[in-house]
Design a protein around this ligand. Structure first.
Ligand SMILES: Nc1nc2c(c(=O)[nH]1)N=C([C@H](O)[C@H](O)COP(=O)(O)OP(=O)(O)OP(=O)(O)O)CN2
Length: 166
């Protein structure tokens, strides 16, 4: 039905939409200890019915999201733009300083993220932006928004929602 004014939503969650990563955030002038989370990811896409009566193909959305999760899985999440961390790199390693602490990470074990802190909020934003970049290869003219949720633990989740086609 063309000119449809009803908003619809598709959602993908669970399964392999997860990543297990190490991180620490800085907050309140402090830096957490290095620790890990089994992060869960959900994606919601809103829009009208497009071709074949789909808002967007679940299977494509899952594949794209899984690929992004895979790039984060079993890595240290390094926020490249954290003003409280001093970073230095060589071809093989990242060196991270905070006050008296110094970490050395093999480069192959690091996900280099263009964010200022590896909070669930920023991770949701990062994944959402990555997903939008991947979606440029598809017809998304019927979509109005995309939202990504990142769950640090079953009790705590952060969401980021982006309006599309504005
Ligand atoms: N809004 C947000 N708040 C907090 C975030 C975040 O990303 N967004 N992150 C953290 C820390 O990363 C912290 O590691 C959260 O882990 P958690 O296991 O919940 O910490 P606790 O040890 O305090 O919780 P327990 O339930 O006792 O394990 C903090 N806040």
């Amino acid at each position: 039905m063309s000119g449809e004014r009803i908003a619809r939503k598709v959602k993908i969650e669970g399964g392999y939409l997860n990543f297990s990563s190490a991180h620490f955030i800085t907050y309140g002038g402090k830096c957490e200890r290095l620790h890990g989370h089994n992060y869960g990811v959900l994606v919601e896409v809103e829009g009208t019915l497009g071709e074949d009566m789909l808002v967007f193909d679940f299977t494509v959305l899952k594949r794209l999201t899984k690929e992004i999760c895979k790039r984060l899985d079993h890595r240290f999440l390094l926020p490249l733009h954290n003003p409280h961390l001093q970073l230095a790199s060589t071809e093989d390693e990242w060196e991270v300083h905070f006050a008296g602490k110094r970490y050395i990470f093999p480069r192959a074990d690091v996900a280099e993220l263009p964010i200022d802190n590896s909070t669930a909020e920023r991770l949701a934003e990062y994944i959402c932006n990555e997903l939008c970049r991947e979606l440029r290869a598809f017809n998304t003219s019927n979509l109005s928004s995309i939202m990504v949720g990142v769950e640090e633990a079953p009790t705590q989740m952060a969401y980021y929602k982006l309006s599309l086609n504005e």
